[in-house]
Design a protein around this ligand. Structure first.
Ligand code: SF4
Ligand code: SF4
Length: 208
């Protein structure tokens, strides 16, 4: 399963690179719009399997840990979801204004890709995923009540927290009260990290 997920991500990364070099980024934006509709039904599949930022952030995090430059001390200003609204508005305005005033197509997607990698060199991936990414913001807004999502079967969960530590998006947490893991669908991008480490096979993808 891991190999399948990896292959899907690499294929979409190659497609993204091809579209950048051939100047067809509108095709990618079209794909994103379709994924937004999908997120209402199937959750943030785009973030987990299609997004080139997420694909590059995984090895970047590995490198960051190896170089021991990852910090858990996130500045207060960066720890706010409002930033993603600002980044979304700034991205849209800069694309429109540069086109109107300078007749230049700003490469907004590659710019965001570089930001995601640089951020992940310093901070855990959830900071970019949940606090900065404008695409993640839209996926979150549309996907938070998704019809299908990863869910925890409470009866099977023993509260070991292995899933919590494996989640790159801080979407799953063991409740201090019930001692059972709970998934926040708004943050969950439907990957397989939590399910593969769960010793009780308590995490499944199904209709909510
Ligand atoms: S909760 Fe599980 S499926 Fe959702 S993002 Fe975290 S690790 Fe991936
Ligand atoms: S890894 Fe499985 S058993 Fe452990 S807390 Fe998560 S869902 Fe529960």
């Amino acid at each position: 399963m891991k190999l399948l997920v990896f292959s899907i991500r690499v294929l979409f990364l190659l497609l993204f690179t091809f579209l950048i070099f051939t100047g067809n980024m509108m095709v990618w934006l079209g794909l994103f719009v379709v994924s937004i509709v999908f997120s209402v039904f199937f959750g943030r599949i785009y973030c987990g399997y299609i997004c080139p930022m997420n694909t590059l952030m995984e090895p970047t995090e590995w490198l960051s840990k190896k170089l021991k430059i990852q910090s858990v001390n996130v500045p207060k200003w960066l720890n706010s979801e409002k930033i993603s609204f600002v980044v979304l508005i700034a991205s849209i305005l800069s694309v429109i204004l540069f086109k109107r005033i300078f007749f230049i197509n700003i490469p907004i997607l590659p710019i965001l890709l570089i930001i995601s990698v640089v951020m992940t060199l310093r901070f855990k991936p959830d900071i970019f995923h949940n606090k900065i990414c404008p695409f993640g913001l839209l996926q979150k807004l549309f996907g938070k009540h998704a019809l299908f999502s990863k869910m925890v079967i409470s009866d099977k969960c023993v509260g070991c927290k292995l899933c919590e530590n494996a989640c790159p998006s801080k979407a799953i947490e063991v409740s201090k009260v019930s001692k059972k893991a709970i998934i926040n669908t708004a943050y969950c991008y439907q990957c397989i990290n939590c399910a593969v480490v769960c010793p009780k096979s308590a995490i499944v993808y199904r209709k909510k």
